[in-house]
Design a protein around this ligand. Structure first.
Ligand code: NDP
Length: 446
């Protein structure tokens, strides 16, 4: 079996050189899915995984715009349309200087499995730009978004490809992108998700990824007769996912000890309560400032510069910032300090070595493609509401989100149960694969 996996990975590597993040995501899936393919005649010999790792389409384009000093700036824009076997392409847009083809292909590949797990009819895609919204004025961000959409609009549509937010793309950016799409097409359609509630957005969409991670971990803990109540929780990031993961963990009676950004983390020994979290939300979302300002308002907290929060003892860790932010030595420290459960809010935040350590130590480990699927699930619900021209209440959407996260958990259990341990990575990879593979087989070689 190892030889088959290695041959497959060598082939993918040969065709995708200089794409380390993409190869990392593919090899994690291949480790679980290839043995399943070999054991199941209907998939064997169909080159189904080889077809899945090749994007259906990759679009790359120039984004020229004028900054506040009237200088012409040029960025690169992308959209990866990875797989449309079970529905139109769906996945976020990331604006961050680290964006390149490898990062977006890994995200688009993960998105195929994630979207399949939600049970909603959505294919996989991802896009973005190496543009950095940090430190830019609102008008610069608007001009960039308008220029970006002036090319992107011809590739997307409510039945073709429906982007959403991701790192660096929040409600402000979605607003500017939607405004430009509507102006170019002269159509008011659900072409983007994460829209404002007064113009086609869904209640609970901003909260959905963070809440969903906590619902997933809650299911995982309940399955092992445990809960969030009274647990110490360490969270990385202080953006959309981190903020709402913190909010839900606090509501479930946990003590949230940390938040972070790319310059370091804050540690509050008393716990970040609802009032302190409101301060963080204002700081990050309205004032657009850095997390270290937290210690000016709450002097008992400390700011630890240029470090990640995994050294803080906790029972639950929720990495909610970015890929490869939790490495092998961090996993060792977390386990040694008594961590019981890890739920990935970000995409691929734990390195393969860290994941292997968690699995070896039988830590409850929820991979992002399962545990952070709440965001795209509610995006799917936003699309459904747009098609119905109707809005569900906050409670209705939250209830549907809880049900979806519970169902994803149960799918992972059915495909990932091993002797005395549930391997959620294996469960998520195989459960996500089966639905897409069946659709691809039914649709022939396309
Ligand atoms: P935001 O832009 O709102 O926040 C990102 C946070 O992560 C910020 O605190 C940012 O700090 C930090 N961060 C980004 N890059 C790095 C880095 N290289 N090192 C350390 N910290 C970093 O993004 P989201 O909260 O939306 O996304 C976070 C993660 O969750 C991503 O992996 C994303 O793909 C994933 N995700 C998001 C979904 C959503 O609905 N938004 C859905 C599913 C997954 P700084 O400000 O310093 O850059």
């Amino acid at each position: 079996m190892e030889k088959i996996i290695q041959q497959f990975l060598d082939d993918v590597h040969r065709r995708n050189q200089n794409e380390p993040e993409f190869l990392q995501a593919v090899s994690e899936v291949a480790e679980n899915v290839l043995p399943y393919i070999v054991a199941n005649d209907i998939y064997y010999g169909q080159n189904i995984l080889l077809r899945m790792v090749e994007p259906e389409r990759v679009v790359s384009f120039r984004v020229a715009w004028i900054d506040d000093q009237e200088q012409i700036q040029v960025n690169r824009g992308y959209r990866i349309e990875m797989n449309s076997a079970i529905g139109p392409y769906k996945g976020g847009l990331r604006f961050h200087p680290s964006v390149n083809l490898s990062v977006l292909k890994f995200l688009a590949f993960e998105q195929i499995f994630k979207n399949s797990l939600t049970t909603l009819p959505m294919g996989g895609g991802k896009g973005g730009s190496d543009f950095d919204p940090k430190g830019k004025s609102d008008t610069e961000v608007m001009r960039f978004c308008q220029s970006f959409m002036t090319e992107l609009f011809r590739h997307i549509g409510p039945n073709r490809d429906i982007p959403a937010g991701d790192i660096g793309v929040g409600s402000r950016e979605i607003g500017y992108l939607f405004g430009q799409y509507k102006r170019l097409k002269n159509e008011f359609t659900g072409v983007l998700t994460g829209k404002g509630v007064s113009w086609g957005g869904s209640l609970i969409r901003p909260e959905a990824t963070g809440y969903g991670v906590v619902y997933f971990v809650e299911n995982m803990l309940a399955h092992h007769s445990e809960s969030f109540e009274g647990k110490d929780v360490v969270i990385s990031g202080s953006g959309n996912v981190a903020q709402y993961a913190a909010e839900k963990a606090i509501q479930l009676g946990a003590r949230v000890l940390t938040l972070s950004d790319s310059s370091g983390y804050i540690f509050d020994p008393d716990g970040i309560d609802a009032e302190k979290l409101n301060f963080v939300m204002r700081l990050k979302n309205e004032e657009r400032k850095r997390i270290h300002h937290y210690v000016e308002a709450y002097p008992k907290a400390q700011f630890i510069k240029n470090k990640t929060p995994w050294e803080v003892p906790c029972q639950i860790a929720l990495p909610c910032a970015t890929q490869n932010e939790l490495q092998f030595k961090d996993a060792q420290t977390l386990v040694a300090n008594g961590c019981r459960a890890v739920g990935e809010g970000a995409n691929m935040p734990a390195t393969p070595e860290a994941i292997h350590h968690f699995i070896e130590q039988q830590i409850l480990f929820a991979p992002g493609k399962a545990s952070n699927a709440g965001g795209v699930a509610v995006s799917g619900l936003e699309m459904a509401q747009n098609s119905l021209r109707y809005s569900w209440s906050r409670d209705e959407v939250d209830q549907k989100l809880k049900t979806i996260m519970g169902d994803i958990h149960d799918s992972c259990v059915s495909y990932g149960s091993e002797q005395n341990y549930i391997n959620y990575v294996k469960g998520a990879n195989i459960a996500g694969f089966v639905k897409v593979a069946d659709a691809m087989l039914a649709q022939g070689v396309v």
